[in-house]
Design a binder for this molecule. Sequence first.
Ligand code: DX5
Ligand code: ZN
Length: 220
Amino acid sequence: MKPLIAPSILSADFARLGEEVESVLSAGADVVHFDVMDNHYVPNLTIGPMVCQALRDYGIKAPIDVHLMVKPVDRIIPDFAKAGASIITFHPEASDHVDRTLQLIHEHGCQAGLVLNPATPLHYLDHVMDKVDVTLLMSVNPGFGGQSFIPSTLDKLRAVRKRIDDSGREIRLEVDGGVKVSNIGEIAEAGADMFVAGSAIFNADDYASVIQTMRDEIAA
Ligand code: DX5
Ligand code: ZN
């Protein structure tokens, strides 16, 4: 599958969010990664469905990848679907009924995925490989941008890559946390095909050049 670059707007200038998202998309990004934190499941508080809707109203047409770091998770799903989410991912520890939550996301017309924290075992995927469109591996502990990539994620990526290939389904393998120009090559080699990057893109002066360099590193 074509590699997708998904800038995390957590590191964007929130006072100019619409413009920031527009710039990063015209700089070549494929997907908008939208981090939702509730100060309960993770120790930080960010944005909700109103902001997703505001981006759609502003004219953003690209897919919006909503990463829910909230507990409980089910009741916010219909709101995000209505607000224009394209993909909704959640942490299995934050749902009492993982299979039901996946179904709920699909019933609302979005693609669905599970997010596994650095210490979350892969067995959460065991009985849902036929129901996920995306598997997201966290390469930092969720809650903040700008943390360092945890190297053991590479082995985990290889293991999930194998499960996806064995499933015979088209499932995205997304990685989130500490992704930079300097490590995106090895992350791609380990099997990821969707790359979230927040600080690496938004802290740069030239978004287009970072995104192009990332693509070159993925292809190398
Ligand atoms: C962390 C978020 C990430 C974060 C990534 O909990 O899920 O999406 O914004 O930021 P960087 O790329 O700076 O590690
Ligand atoms: Zn995220």
